[in-house]
Structure formats: structure tokens, C-alpha cells
Design a protein around this ligand. Structure first.
Ligand code: SF4
Ligand code: SF4
Length: 121
């Protein structure tokens, strides 16, 4: 895919089989946030703790007592800042962050995870 200067720096969301991928390409770096939908159980912990309220939570739908859809999440690319806090909180390891294809979590590397988390509680 050719990336125009206009799109560079913006987060682009795309679906790929069982994955949702949020991608930002800068001049020298590529950031990716990946959600594996097969692993996600829809617990909503990530949505409750995202400092930018960039995760949209959809509860399960029921017909009578039978669940017809699973709870799920989605991302708002206009709000996400690719901090990686959701990645570090997911109990199922359904989320992953990569910088230049290497697994990394900015909020941990920059040692701001405790600050970001404590603001939420
Ligand atoms: S915390 Fe993990 S398992 Fe729970 S909804 Fe978020 S991605 Fe899915
Ligand atoms: S990377 Fe940060 S801003 Fe983006 S959805 Fe996860 S917690 Fe929210």
C-alpha cells in the first residue's frame, strides 16, 4: 500500500481475518495496536481503563436467556494515542503493541503506567 503524506501520522484502522489492527506510520516509525478477536473474551477491562476513552464496549445481546452475540470491543482511531495501557491490562493477552514490528509497550517503557492507572481509580 502507498501511504500519502496526508495520511502519514494518522491512525488507520483495518480488519484482517480475526484481527483488528490500528496502525500509525510516521517518517521513521511504524506503530501498531493489534486485537485478536478469537482470544478476546469481551471482559471490558481495557475499555474501563483506556485513558482516552478510545475503546468502545458492546455487551452481549440476549434472546431470552440465550446469548446471541458475544461481548466485544472496538477502537476509535480518532481518540487512541497508541499508549499501550490496554495491552498491559488485558488478562487474556488478546492485545499486542508493536513498534517497528517489535513487541513493545510505550506506557511501560516510559514508566507512566502507574500514573495513568492511578488516575482511573
Ligand atoms: S481486556 Fe482483553 S479480553 Fe478484555 S475486552 Fe479488552 S481485549 Fe478483550
Ligand atoms: S493504546 Fe492507549 S489510547 Fe489506545 S485504546 Fe489502548 S489504552 Fe486506549
Amino acid at each position: 500500500m502507498t501511504w500519502s503524506l496526508r495520511r502519514r501520522g494518522r491512525i488507520i484502522k483495518r480488519e484482517e481475518e480475526n484481527r483488528t489492527i490500528m496502525e500509525r506510520r510516521l517518517l521513521v516509525k511504524q506503530y501498531e495496536l493489534l486485537l485478536d478477536r478469537d482470544i478476546c473474551i469481551g471482559c471490558g477491562i481495557c475499555a474501563d481503563n483506556c485513558p482516552k476513552e478510545a475503546i468502545i464496549y458492546s455487551p452481549a445481546e440476549f434472546r431470552g436467556i440465550r446469548a446471541v452475540t458475544r461481548p466485544s470491543i472496538d477502537f476509535d482511531p480518532e481518540r487512541c494515542v497508541l499508549c499501550g495501557e490496554c495491552v498491559s491490562l488485558c488478562p487474556m493477552h488478546a492485545l499486542q503493541m508493536r513498534i517497528e514490528r517489535e513487541e513493545r509497550v510505550p506506557v511501560i517503557e516510559m514508566n507512566v503506567f502507574p500514573l495513568a492507572t492511578r488516575k482511573r481509580w
